[in-house]
Design a binder for this molecule. Sequence first.
Ligand SMILES: [Zn+2]
Ligand SMILES: [Zn+2]
Length: 252
Amino acid sequence: MRLFGDYHTHTIYSDGKSTIEENVRSAVNKGLKQIAITDHSFSHMANGISRDGYKEQTETIKELREKYNIDILHGVETNLTSLDGDIDVFSDERKDFDILVLGYHYSYRPLSFKNFFNFWLPCFLGVNTKKRIALNTQAYINAIKKNEIDIVAHLNYRVKVDPVAIAMVAKENNTYIELNTRHAEELSDEQLQAMVKTGVKFIVNTDSHFYENIAKPNRVFAIIEKLKIPTEQIVNMHDLPRFKNYNLDKKY
Ligand SMILES: [Zn+2]
Ligand SMILES: [Zn+2]
């Protein structure tokens, strides 16, 4: 099993340990055709990238595109920040991202007292009543419908959801569901099998925080093999994926 691209990687601009160039070089050495740089986004407490940092990355990536023979996509891992499906990038910034990965982390900065109590705190406390799971699921669905999300990352990590309901909406909106090797066990076998049946497209990512881990999604590969998930349904195992604001002819 191999990947054409790895679309969720971190650098020293957030909580990663490697530079952008180390990630890119690692991707080249492993024979990838594409690599995405997706650090934690702007509302991440302590280790999110700043808007100035993002601009700096853009300049660095411009230079690396000349130096290395690989497509480098530049985006962020945006935070789901409310039950209404808000995220921590503005809609008029969307054009600045080749790729938008959506993830929930409780290290996002709560927007208000109300937001703290109705979303941040229940997630932090791991509340997983039926009602709470329905609310969390709707938050993701709202986010997918409201924002041009390319990839929904690590479902069930920190926030419990109905992944099958999210997969159905993702399919309608041409959004990929991530099989994340760092959080490979968050989705149960039953949930994964039911998601496969929806026909949604998956994307395998490493969520690498260290360059050596790029393109090595071993835990996910083992699950794919065990459950016999059809690789035709996994976009980066048989071709290059399509992202909403990126295509191969994009000129920089
Ligand atoms: Zn994440
Ligand atoms: Zn990540």
